[in-house]
Design a binder for this molecule. Structure first.
Ligand SMILES: *Cc1c(COP(=O)(O)O)cnc(C)c1O
Length: 461
């Protein structure tokens, strides 16, 4: 049965022109970018699905909010508007704005972790893992086993494997675990949600061993929407109520506001009630981000963030947003292209191991598809696989990722049905010649977060 496209619950009053280069130009541009999609100019991209981070279209209210943003260095009213909105949403006493998600990680993680410590998560996002490792600690993923089979649907593939969580804590020793991080939605597993039941179980284990529990809540609202649709008992609850309940189980949160605050820049830290930690967060924020009442942002950014946090919990918006991804997924079903099922909240994660069985993990099948999609139709996607995962910090060897996903992240309120049709058609065309496509090797890479800067070439070049 075809999934119908849910009409946008908005109309458009400002537009940006995009254009597709010729195929010859695209082949030349991606080569000149050393086959790294982060090196392309956005002008050379037709449909940009590299990320949903900071690529959101703001509403008329948010644009109007920019004009009334209070640029006071200390105690500005836009700061208080963010604090009140976030306190109301998440129910935490202390809220600290920062300039983006990784800034929250940089401020908070050194207060919980150092060399010899371990951080556990349902699955760390790349920058989150990097900030764990930068403290000298190790990061371990404990995602639920259902997530590992992309072709078999499961309602909460983002979940923590709580059995393994408890076993790992017992094996490694509870005093070694600095923090447990619950990522919602689970970005690297395919934008997959975590249930309230799983969050409650995880919290009970953390309490038993007295380990702090931190939410990485970049997509809290999409997660709450899935709970409302899929978890028994929450069908009548509002997105706000579900969010508050979910957050009640944790001790702190970090958040990239570039996702579910529907802004272009921003981040948040929340601490429930730990005065010592709050004081340390304030000090680190002042050192790294700026005074606590602006946290590396302009007053107008704070204003837009406060408004975005109220817009993102609107159910008409979420129905359209999640519906867009389901629509694209349905088109790929018709073309016989596999992806992490069910479709995620912020994008579709194409299972490139099944599309390119002849390309091994260390020749980066997901990255290969991202390059091919650009060459095919000027579309920019992103590797969420071994290329992104990088090398083991101890052995320097390439790590093998749990998945080789090529992520098509959908920016919020930006693209329409026809754009998604172009994407589906391009993928269907690539599938026809998939067996003749060759993988890549890295010719240069930096030490940390290498996928942003690495240079590559085709294995037969
Ligand atoms: C984007 C993201 C981050 C990092 O946030 P930035 O704003 O890009 O620094 C951390 N965790 C998750 C789950 C994310 O999606």
């Amino acid at each position: 049965m075809a999934t119908k496209y849910i009409p946008e619950p908005f109309r458009i009053k400002m537009v940006e022109t995009i254009k597709m280069l010729s195929k010859e130009e695209r082949v030349q541009k991606i080569k000149a970018a050393n086959y790294n999609l982060f090196n392309l100019k956005s002008d050379d991209v037709y449909i940009d699905l590299l990320t949903d981070s900071g690529t959101n279209a703001m509403s008329a209210h948010q644009w109007a909010g920019l004009m009334v943003g209070d640029e006071a260095y200390a105690g500005g009213k836009s700061y208080f508007r963010v604090i009140e909105t976030a306190q109301d949403l998440f129910g935490y006493t202390y809220i600290q704005p920062v300039h983006q998600g990784r800034a929250a990680e940089k401020v908070l993680f050194p207060l919980l972790l150092d060399k010899g410590k371990i951080a556990l998560s349902n699955m760390f996002f790349d920058t989150t893992r990097a900030h764990v490792e930068l403290t000298g600690a190790k990061a371990l993923d404990l995602v639920t086993p259902e997530a590992l089979t992309p072709s078999v649907p499961y309602p909460f593939k983002g979940n923590m494997n709580t059995e393994r969580l408890e076993k790992t804590i017992l094996e490694l020793g509870k005093e070694k675990i600095g923090v447990v991080v619950m990522t919602i939605t689970n970005n690297s597993a395919g934008g997959q949600p975590v249930s309230i039941a799983n969050m409650a179980e995880t919290a009970a284990i953390c309490q038993k061993f007295k380990i702090p529990l931190c939410i990485d809540g970049a997509r809290f609202s999409e997660n709450a929407y899935f709970i409302k649709k899929r978890e028994p008992g929450y069908q009548q609850a509002s997105i706000k109520d579900i969010t508050k309940k979910f957050y009640s189980f944790a001790d702190m949160f970090i958040m990239s506001a570039k996702k579910d605050a529907i802004v272009n820049i921003g981040g948040l830290i929340g601490i429930k009630n730990n005065e010592t930690l709050i004081q340390q967060v304030k000090s680190n924020t002042i050192n790294y981000e700026g005074f606590i009442t602006y946290g590396g942002l302009a007053g107008r950014d704070l204003e837009a963030m406060a408004i975005g946090l109220t817009e993102v919990v609107d159910e008409d918006y979420l129905t359209y947003r999640i519906g867009q991804i389901a629509y694209l997924a349905n088109k790929l079903d018709e073309a016989g292209i596999a992806y992490q099922t069910p479709p995620g909240g912020h994008g579709l994660f194409i299972d490139t191991s099944s599309l390119f069985p002849h390309i091994p993990y260390n020749q980066f099948p997901a990255h290969t598809l991202a390059v091919e999609l650009y060459i095919e139709a000027g579309i920019r996607g992103c590797d969420i696989g071994s290329f992104m995962l990088g090398n083991d910090p101890e052995t320097g060897k390439q790590r093998k990722a749990e998945f080789e996903f090529m992520r098509l992240a959908i920016p919020r309120r930006v693209y329409t049905q026809a754009h998604l049709d172009v994407v589906a058609e391009a993928l269907a065309d690539i599938k026809k010649r998939a067996s003749s496509i060759k993988g890549f090797q890295i010719t240069w890479e930096p030490a940390v977060l290498r996928h942003f800067q690495a240079k590559l070439k085709r294995i037969d070049e």
